[in-house]
Structures are given as C-alpha cells and as structure tokens.
Design a protein around this ligand. Structure first.
Ligand code: ADP
Length: 719
C-alpha cells in the first residue's frame, strides 16, 4: 500500500503539505526530506505518515531523504503546540527548531594515524611522536604540538610509512560531566529546596517548581545540585538552563564547568553557525547532557530532557516580540509537560503569574529566605530629588555624590544605574523648540556621544549630529535634554577624576566575551565606578561592590503600563541587589521625584510580599493577568486608508464570545514605525477562555489586504 507523507516546511504556510512516499524510501516521522514546492526544491520534516495515494490528482513525490538526525516526535508536538498557542503558522517554530542545521555538517579533516610500521631509525623526538599518536588520529600540527617537536619530525615519519594520512570526522567531541566531583555543601534552606526538587525528579512526570530566593541566596547553587541529581539518576538525562541575556551565559557556564568539570553546550545567537550545527547534533544524539542558552534553546532536539531551569524567570527578555512571538517561560512549562520533565523557575522577584501559580499550588513554592552566609541585603534609601535637587545639568544628588566618595575612600566599588543608553534621550532646538524625531517612526532620536550620532532605538536609524537645527536652520541651537549612561559617566569623571570608571551598556559591550572582560575587571577590582544599564544589573556577582545608586528610580514607572509597577520593582530589586553580596554590607540609594510611590516604599522596606499583595489585588479587581488573559492584535501598513478599512472590518467582525471583551481599534503606543502606521486592539478574557482559539477565529473573519500585516500577541508584555 502506498503512503502519504505530511511534510511541514520551515516557512509561513498554514499547514503541512502532502507528498507521495516513493517506493523503498521507508520514511519515518521526524525525517528530514527534500520536496518540490512549485519550481523549487525545499527541505522539510515528515510530521505524519498515512496509507493512501492522494485524491484524483497524483501527489508529487518526496524527492529524497536528507541525512540529518531526525527531529524527535516531542519536538514536532512542541512546534505544533507553540504555533497554536501563539496563533501563528507552525513553519515559524519549525524554522527555530531547525536553526542549528543551516550550516552543513562539518567536513572530515586531514589527520595522521599510526600504521604499525617501525621507522628505520628511532630518535627521542620520533619516540615522543609515536607515543602521542597512540591517542588516536589527529592533525599533523596537533601531533607535533602534543609531542613538543617540530612539524618536520612528523613529516619524516609519514614519509617512512610509520604514520599514514587519514580523514577523520571533524572534532565534535563533547566533554561529559563528571558526576563524581564533590557537591557544594548547601546551607539548610538550600538543602531543603534541592531535596524537594530531587524528590519531584524521582517521582517523574511533569512537575513545576518556583525557586524563589532573594538575590545572592544561592539559587544557582541549588539548581546545580538538582541538575546533578537529574544527571545521576539517568545516564542519558539531559538538562536545559535558560537565561534571559547572552551576557549572563558565560558566568553560568563557568559555574557548571566548576561543578561538573566540563563546560556545557552553549546556545544563543552569538554562537557561530558551525558550532551551532555541532551543538544541535550533540543534543539530538544525546551526547550533550547540559545546555545553557537563550530562549531559542527551547527548540533544540532533546530526546531525553529531564530538567528545564528558567533562571531570572520574571525577565522581560524571555518574551520574543518579533517574528514568532512567544513567552519562553510559558513555552518552557509547555515543553516540560510534553517531555514529562521538571521545570524550575528561579527568581528573586518572580513574575506575578508564577507567584500566583505557586500560591494556588500549581507550582511547588520553594523559598530561600536569606542571603548565603553572612551577606545581608543592602539598606535602601530614597533620595527625594525635590528636596535636594542637583545643580542644573547635573544628575547626581549631593547625597549620592557623598556616598560614592566614601565608597572610593574605602577602596570599594560603586554601581551607578540608569536604564537608558546613550548620552541624552532627547535633542531639542532652543531656537524653534523642535524635538528631533526619527524620520519614519514615532520616537525621539537619542544622542550618542561616543559615536557622535543621533540614533533611533526603535528602528536603528542613525545620523550624524547636525550642526544646525534641521527644522529652522539655527546654528548651535541643539541642546541635549536628560541623562543617559554616557552623560552620567561624564559627570562621574568630572566629580571623581582619579576614579577608574567604565560603562556597561549594549553600546559598550556587544558580546559574551566583552561582558566577561568587564565582569572580570570588576571582580579583579580594576574598576571603581561602573555606570550601567540593565545589561549589568542582572545576575552578576561583584564581591567588592557595596554601593548602588539608581539615577532615576521613576523612569520605568511612567507611562501607565500594566506591568510598570511590577517591572520597576523587579528591575530595582535586581539592581540594588548587586550591592553587598559578600561579607561587606551594601547600601543602595534611589533618586526619585515620587518617594511616596508604593513601589518605591516597598523597595525601601524590602517588603516584596506587601508589594505583591497590593499589585495582585489591583490586577484581580481589573481582571488582568494572572486573573484574566490578554491578547493584542496589531495591524500595520503604509497605506493609512487600507489600514483603517481593515481595522473597521475586523471590528465589525468581532465574534460574540462569553468572557471576552475587545477594546479598540486605537493607535498603537508606537503609532508609526518605519513608515508603517500601527493600529491596535486589546482583548481581555477570563482564564477559562480559549484565547488562542478565539483570536484565530476572529482573524479569519476579515480579509487582510495585501498592504496590511497582522500580528497577534498573546499575553503582550506591555499593555
Ligand atoms: P543567586 O543565584 O540566588 O543570586 P548564587 O547561587 O549566585 O545566588 O550565590 C551567591 C553567592 O553565594 C555565590 O558567590 C555563591 O557561590 C555563594 N554561595 C551560595 N550558596 C553557597 C553555599 N552553599 N556554599 C558556598 N557558597 C555559596
């Protein structure tokens, strides 16, 4: 009986296509295949096989199998689940799952190997080479290096037939974790948490835990031991650790290497394509036991995944907002369900969603009460900027300046935190009042002094800072308004000319190596004052850092976003949590114009529970997450009329569904991006509503014009 193969292609198509299985090919689900698509040949993955020959028209045949490790059935399930959840086509998550395969398999490399033939003449150098060659085939250069001899010695042995040229597969060895290394001695609350999770692992099946402990309480130590338990229980078990920032991977990789004597597999956009290919293959065939990576690592082809850790689970970076839109924390839970694995969400400031899941017993709630050892949380003081304003054009209040001086005198380090890149967030013409805007978007141009350019942080547009106002032509009339990190650095250099000052932002640190160099310099005491955006505020551990100054604690409270309070609390708790992580006590100052604000009061009192309780009550009252569900529709297009007609048609087609309210259309918060106007609907639904199903049905009820792009965002991060 002939068979039909459903083949899913990594492209924006609504579903898998059917192809005929040629005789003798003997396909299996998960196989990679080449198939015709119109005039092209494309590759895809077999997602189902059934008997039959197609309808009246004969199906086109699968051309051939592509010889890559098959995609595990669980990954196919996950891809399909993710597509439905995100109300998107399955081709996008499939493309993410195949990302490691874009680079071809590494080619075999030239090497030399022993033949057993004795050379005519033996010398000490030749003996060394032959001894080193016992380790197996390797390149002539590597052999000479290992033997400590010149390349000529190796060549001589090849010429005499004692060694022969061979081809070997490229080095794809994966260092294996050594499970006999001694575990860290955990303190009692760490031990209790690790034991509970080890029991959850042993019980098997899907389980979720919230590892909730203040910064520095040793959450990383705890999940290292849970990973050890998972790896020890099953010789094929795999562990995945997800981090919100590439900059954090190096530090976590190093701790795994210390604990297990082998570096884990690293996975993020900064990893080179050949290394990604090797990582993908090692995950697929089980050689990779531990993977540390960014959110896209969730789509790797694990075959025996037992533990997923989502570290800093509250972090907004887990939400991917472009292309395939997803919240990696939620997808991690979904993948754990499919894999019947344990998922551990770790944070000092968990998201309200996760806290709610913990409070209602869906997740095991494991709390680490205090910092490890004698380290204390820093004292937090609010500086009322209305009472003691800095001089015009200055951003550091006298109190903060004094605190930095004292810290310098003691030989300790300070962190000045401002979550704003560049020199000034706004450039204004003093003559005509014009604020310089991005040419095709609703956003101000940010001045960057390092590069002398004005940059749109939304689209990346940049231009040289003009001499004259582009609007009225006045010369020397452009003034920089407000501070960014570069400006705080300038002030710090002026105030503390002898201090060693560095800036940590995505403009000064681009890759993990750069981040590591700065982190190492901090740890080695080569920096006195670090001026930083959130790039440095998360996760890092600086023993001699005792002062944190937050330049503008109100920054993220403005704007009236649903999550503004939560996000500000999390960010500032993280930033202030950098201080005093070891023996020396820390102190943090928050400069604010609204010291009475509940979020800042809760930070000062170190009373997270009070903040959470108030915030939960507000959300419950308003039916917002975690008590209700949200989604957004963003429609955008260059043609305002066509866009308006579409959103009106969509509004008229809104299905009547119980427990669902639709608001809009309205201009999106960024109403113009790259010349495209943007309109938005917001949807609020009860928890029991199938929101993805509702959104998919609604979208299908209005025809989308060619010029309009429609994006559905389930659980939008900003609201
Ligand atoms: P978190 O992940 O909660 O921020 P970490 O795991 O980074 O905390 O721990 C903070 C610091 O305390 C680290 O330097 C870590 O090595 C140390 N530490 C935590 N727990 C222990 C322990 N049980 N024994 C020794 N050092 C520990």
């Amino acid at each position: 009986m002939p068979r039909i193969a459903s083949v899913l292609l990594p492209m924006p198509l609504p579903e898998a296509f059917d192809y005929a299985e040629p005789e003798g090919l003997d396909l299996a689900v998960g196989d990679h295949v080449a198939v015709p698509l119109g005039p092209r040949t494309v590759r895809g993955v077999v997602t189902a096989l059934r008997e039959g020959a197609g309808g009246n028209r004969p199906l086109k045949p699968v051309l051939h199998r592509v010889d890559d490790p098959p995609l595990p059935a669980n990954v196919i399930t996950f891809v399909e689940w993710a597509a439905r959840y995100s109300v998107d086509v399955p081709g996008w998550p499939l493309a993410m799952a195949l990302r490691g395969l874009r680079h071809p398999t590494a080619k075999p490399e030239k090497a030399v190997a022993l033949t057993g033939v004795q050379p005519g003449r033996m010398t000490p150098a030749r003996l060394k080479v032959l001894a080193a060659a016992e380790h197996g085939p390797m390149s002539a250069a590597e052999l000479a290096r290992q033997a400590g001899v010149s390349a000529g010695v190796v060549k001589g042995l090849v010429d005499e037939g004692a060694l022969e040229p061979v081809l070997v597969a490229a080095d794809d060895s994966v260092a294996q974790p050594d499970l006999t290394l001694p575990p860290q001695t955990l303190n009692p609350s760490q031990k209790a948490a690790a034991e509970v999770m080890a029991e959850m692992l042993a019980a098997g099946g899907f389980q979720a835990a919230l590892l909730d402990g203040v910064t520095g309480s040793g959450k990383t130590e705890v999940y290292l031991e849970v990973a050890a338990a998972a790896l020890a229980a099953d010789p094929a078990a795999q562990v995945l650790v997800l981090l919100p920032e590439i900059a954090l991977t190096q530090a976590v990789m190093a701790r795994f290497e210390q604990r297990f004597g082998a570096a884990p597999i690293e996975w993020h956009s900064g990893v080179s394509p050949p290394r990604r290919r090797r990582a993908w293959e090692a995950v697929a065939d089980g050689r990779a036991r531990i993977v540390v990576g960014a959110r896209s690592a969730l789509f790797l082809p694990f075959t025996n995944l037992k533990l997923i850790v989502v570290d800093e689970e509250h972090d907004g970076s887990f939400k991917q907002e472009e292309g395939f839109i997803y919240q990696a924390r939620d997808l991690a839970v979904a993948r754990a369900k499919i894999e019947k694995a344990l998922v551990v969400l770790a944070s000092a400031t968990p998201s309200l969603e996760s806290l709610w899941n913990a409070q209602t017993g869906r997740y095991r709630w494991l709390r680490l009460g205090a910092r490890h050892g004698t380290a204390q949380l820093p004292d937090i003081e609010l500086i009322d900027m209305r009472a003691t304003p800095p001089e015009p054009g200055r951003w550091l209040s006298p109190t903060l300046v004094k605190a930095v001086s004292l810290t310098l005198q003691k030989g300790e380090q300070s962190l000045l935190f401002l979550n704003r890149r560049g020199y000034a967030p706004l450039v204004l013409c003093r003559a005509c009042g014009e604020k310089l805007k991005s040419p095709d978007s609703d956003s101000w141009l940010v001045e960057h002094r390092y590069t002398g350019r004005l940059v749109c942080h939304l689209t990346g547009f940049s231009m040289k800072k003009p001499e004259a106002c582009p609007h009225c032509g006045a010369k020397d009339s452009l003034v920089s308004i407000g501070p960014g990190v570069e400006r705080v650095e300038e002030e710090a250099r002026y105030l503390f000319p002898d201090a060693r000052i560095a800036v940590f932002s995505s403009d000064t640190v681009f890759d993990p190596a750069g981040a590591r160099a700065l982190v190492d310099a901090m740890a080695a005491g080569e920096i006195d004052i670090l001026v930083a955006t959130q790039a440095a505020a998360k996760g890092h551990n600086f023993p001699n850092l005792t002062l944190v100054g937050v330049i503008d604690a109100d920054l993220s409270l403005r704007g009236g976003d649903l999550r503004a309070g939560e996000r500000t609390f999390q960010l500032l708790a993280q930033a202030t949590g950098r201080a005093g992580r070891h023996e020396k006590p820390g102190r943090a100052y928050l400069q604010t114009y609204a010291p009475e604000h509940a979020v800042l009061q809760a930070l000062k009192a170190q009373d997270r529970d009070a903040f959470v309780e108030a915030e939960m009550a507000m959300r419950e009252e308003a039916g917002l997450p975690p008590f209700g569900r949200l989604a957004a529709v963003i429609a955008s297009g260059p043609d305002a009329e066509a866009l308006e007609a579409y959103v009106q048609a969509l509004a008229a087609a809104t299905p009547n569904a119980e427990g669902v309210e639709v608001y809009g259309p309205a201009d999106a918060p960024l109403g113009l991006v790259r010349g495209r106007r943007r309109k938005r609907f917001l949807v609020r639904a009860g928890r029991n509503v199938d929101l993805p199903g509702f959104m998919a049905a609604w979208r299908a009820r209005a025809k989308i014009p060619n010029s309009v792009r429609v994006t559905i965002d389930i659980d939008p991060y900003s609201f």
